[in-house]
Ligand binder design. Structure first.
Ligand SMILES: Cc1cc2nc3c(=O)[nH]c(=O)nc-3n(C[C@H](O)[C@H](O)[C@H](O)COP(=O)(O)OP(=O)(O)OC[C@H]3O[C@@H](n4cnc5c(N)ncnc54)[C@H](O)[C@@H]3O)c2cc1C
Length: 404
């Protein structure tokens, strides 16, 4: 199956409307929407098809609504992703359960593993006509006279180099974006705090929806996912990561879990060993995300601390904002994209940064969660009300980027 759909770097055409660097949630979704709207799209990734990445994977309502609107949700469900019908917040000994109300076309949330979600979005991009090539990295931008970006120079694993002309180059290449570096996209707003996370996946845990656990200095998460597994995470202030996890990470993980979520810790202890993955932390940022002939989407342009599990949700929102802007075909539309992204994101960004500070008690963190919940519900309303493309290619293609 994989070999069948693999496209080789030798098949890269010399010219596309849009070249997208990075084929995960942001890049694959952007490529899918552009291809559905009739653009000729190449998406490349230096990695491999269907692989995992360093990330837990809880989706918020906005992301599930997008997957539903785009027709990708049935495949997520068919991949055996456990439906999430409530989220429970544990503040010390108190808990607050929030049922997932059936509305906006969905009756549950889902938290697919990244090797599932990213692969399904890539499949959808390819089905819409995008060319997708793995094992290819960006080497340079084509930018005659240092002005408008007019294409890219790509390098495959054999060291062969491919010059590709494009009207827009999209950097969807993650928080350490090479495209951002090549265009000199500066960060104009940065977070003050960074949390560190350790997580693993266990079978045979009894998780009823998302579980979010808080006590001063520690937070935990339980995220039901594919194959009846649950992703269990622990987060601490980034400054504590090395001290806590450098030597006996498994022991430290279980010890911290038993403090913040004792019952879950007992289940994890009974379930046995699982491989742990660690993220030492990175303060959030907004980067300039557009310029003549280029744009950034996903973590490449806007990153926030993972503690509020919102990066994928924002990446899917911004994929659509960007695809619409590229469809409009003007530099001004790209500027509007950045403005829309920022105004929709600021509240989530600020509450997330405050939660990542761990500078809260159990009362003030609840207030931060309430602020976050309000921001998320505004986000879904804006998503449903404001976006033009329905993601199914029914939008009329009038842009100068349309295939000639
Ligand atoms: C520990 C942790 C936990 C998280 N938990 C959650 C969560 O529960 N829910 C949530 O919504 N978000 C979560 N996030 C955030 C989420 O992972 C990101 O927001 C999301 O991955 C952003 O997707 P992206 O497509 O922008 O970038 P990425 O997923 O980083 O993908 C970028 C792609 O670009 C490719 N690439 C990079 N450089 C090049 C190059 N030079 N040439 C070619 N290809 C290149 C990479 O191979 C990669 O495939 C978490 C993050 C972390 C670190």
């Amino acid at each position: 199956m994989r070999a069948e759909i693999a496209m080789h770097s030798s098949e890269i055409a010399p010219r596309y409307d849009v070249v997208v660097i990075g084929a995960r949630c942001a890049g694959a979704a952007t490529a899918m929407l552009l291809a559905r709207a009739g653009h000729r799209v190449l998406v490349v990734d230096r990695g491999r098809y269907g692989t995992d990445t360093l990330s837990t994977h809880a989706l918020m309502r906005g992301a599930v609504v997008q997957l539903h609107r785009w027709g990708v949700l049935p495949a997520v469900i068919a991949a055996g992703t456990t439906p999430v019908r409530q989220a429970t917040f544990f503040y010390g000994n108190e808990s607050v359960s929030v049922p997932i109300a059936p509305r906006d076309g969905i009756d549950a949330l889902y938290a697919p593993r990244r090797h599932v979600l990213d692969r399904l979005l890539v499949d959808a991009a390819r089905a819409a006509g995008a060319d997708v090539v793995y094992g290819v990295r960006i080497k340079e931008l084509q930018r005659p006279d240092g002005g408008r970006v007019t294409g890219v120079v790509l390098e495959d694993e054999a060291g062969d180099v491919h010059g590709v002309a494009a009207r827009v180059v999209v950097g969807a290449d993650g928080m350490r974006s090479a495209v951002a570096g090549l265009v000199g996209a500066e960060a104009y707003r940065v977070g003050q705090h960074a949390s560190a996370t350790m997580y693993g996946h266990w079978s045979d845990l009894d998780a009823d929806g998302y579980g979010w656990y808080f006590m001063p200095g520690i937070s935990g998460g339980a995220i039901p996912t594919n194959d009846s597994q649950v992703c269990v995470s622990i987060s601490v202030p980034g400054a504590d990561f090395t001290r806590l996890f450098a030597h006996r990470p498994d022991y430290a993980f279980r010890e911290l879990l038993s403090q913040v979520a004792p019952e879950l810790a007992e289940q994890v202890a009974r379930a046995g060993h699982a491989r742990l993955h660690g993220f030492a932390g990175q303060p959030g940022f907004f980067r300039r995300s557009h310029g003549p002939g280029w744009a950034l989407v996903g973590d490449a342009g806007y990153f926030k601390d993972p503690l509020t599990a919102h990066g994928i949700t924002d990446a899917l929102r911004d994929a659509e904002l960007l695809a619409n802007a590229i469809g409009e075909g003007s530099d001004g539309a790209l500027a509007d994209y950045q403005e829309q992204r920022d105004s929709s994101s600021l509240d989530v960004f600020e509450s997330t940064d405050a939660i990542a500070s761990f500078n809260w008690d159990l009362i003030s963190v609840r207030a931060l969660h309430e602020r976050l919940a309000k921001a998320m519900s505004r986000e879904v309303k804006a998503l449903l009300a404001g976006q033009k493309a329905d993601g199914k290619g029914q939008r009329e293609v009038t842009s100068p980027l349309a295939p000639q």
